[in-house]
Design a protein around this ligand. Structure first.
Ligand code: TYM
Length: 334
């Protein structure tokens, strides 16, 4: 069993990333046995698809490393690294560009969303982004990829690329990865609009909870979160058509280690005036220790770089046999 996942080191880690992905990474890392290996990385090579200056990118990679460790990723239990330090990602991406089809890329909803109306001015990297993601996964023969719902289509594409490569070159090289998406947190929504996902790129900071927000700001964001005037129903079924309410109940349930049904049973008949302070309390209880660990780690550049360098050495060694076999299958001598 090889577990692998990545995150772009752009901006803050928010509650969507944490509940949708990172929390599951930590769980899988802590529950692993002797036959499991975990690889988690900062997708800094993906981050070039949106322009950022040098200093910002350098700072973002270290900040995200500190945030991941603060969330519980342990560099002694997982291989934690940044893509740029393992050139095999870029190499395999190029090899797979011969396999991936333009029609497949054209169907990627994330490209359409991110490029917006003015597609001609999007970077070529944004278009090819899913091929690099396929390379990230296939390079390590990953079997399980814990992600949020928005990455599902990219993983389906990864499977298509793997199948076509194996067929075209008559090899049994790439393993088919399975996405691991936990239903309750597959899509954490914006606090301002229950129909769009919580995201780093939303211009309103009030739409998301950042892992760096202090306790007062957390309370304020929850208080201002959009809701409706109805009381909470007795079961989660009654939340249908109430996207904002469902989102807050799901967040509460996940943090409290329970289910939306149990949360509804507890708060049935009460309005958000009663529910929001309880939600703010669980958020503060969970996020404040993470924030404190993050603050303690984030300025130790040498320690953060050492984690990534050590992780990259292990990752490069794990990637090499697959990269070599891919070159060989294609008749390319290195
Ligand atoms: P990224 O950096 O956008 O997000 C990191 C992880 O957080 C999840 N996520 C969410 N989950 C639930 N609700 C939300 N509102 C929410 N927002 C983000 C994402 O699904 C993701 O799991 N392309 C990837 C990074 C990547 C990758 C990979 C992932 C590069 N190569 C290989 C897996 C395997 C990305 O941009 O994630």
């Amino acid at each position: 069993m090889r577990i692998l996942s990545g995150i772009q080191p752009t901006g803050n880690l928010h509650l969507g990333n944490y509940l949708g992905a990172i929390r599951n990474w930590v769980k899988m890392q802590d529950e692993q046995n002797a036959e499991t290996e975990c690889f988690f990385f900062l997708a800094d090579m993906h981050s070039i698809t949106v322009h950022e200056d040098r200093a910002t990118r350098l700072a973002n990679v270290r900040d995200m490393t500190a945030a991941l460790v603060a969330c519980g990723l342990d560099p002694d239990k997982s291989v934690l690294f940044n893509q740029a330090r393992v050139p095999a990602h870029a190499e395999l991406c190029w090899l797979l560009c011969g396999t991936a089809r333009i029609g497949w890329m054209n169907r990627m909803t994330q490209f359409k969303d991110k490029a917006g109306k003015n597609r001609d001015s999007a970077s070529v990297g944004l278009y090819v982004y899913p091929v690099l993601m396929a390379a990230d996964v296939l390079l390590y023969q990953a079997t399980h990829v814990p992600v949020g719902e928005d990455q599902k289509q990219h993983l389906e594409l990864t499977r298509d690329v793997a199948t076509k490569f194996n067929t075209d070159f008559g090899v049994d090289l790439f393993t088919m990865p399975d996405p691991i998406i936990s239903k309750q947190t597959a899509r954490i929504m914006s606090l301002r609009d229950g129909t769009s996902k919580m995201s780093k790129s939303d211009p309103s900071d009030m739409s998301r909870i950042n892992l760096t927000d202090d306790d007062d700001l957390l309370v304020q964001k929850v208080r201002k979160a959009k809701t409706d005037a109805e009381p909470l129903p007795e079961t989660a079924e009654g939340l249908e058509g109430r996207a904002e309410a469902l989102n807050l109940v799901s967040i509460y349930a996940t943090l409290a280690g329970t289910t939306p049904d149990a949360v509804c049973a507890e708060f049935a008949g009460q309005g958000f005036g009663a529910f929001k302070p309880a939600l703010a309390d669980v958020l503060v209880a969970h996020l404040s220790p993470i924030r404190q660990r993050y603050v303690a780690l984030k300025n130790d550049e040498a320690a953060l770089d050492a984690i990534l360098i050590k992780g990259a050495e292990k990752a490069a060694a794990a990637a090499e046999p697959t990269l070599k076999a891919a070159y060989d299958a294609m008749g390319l001598l290195r």
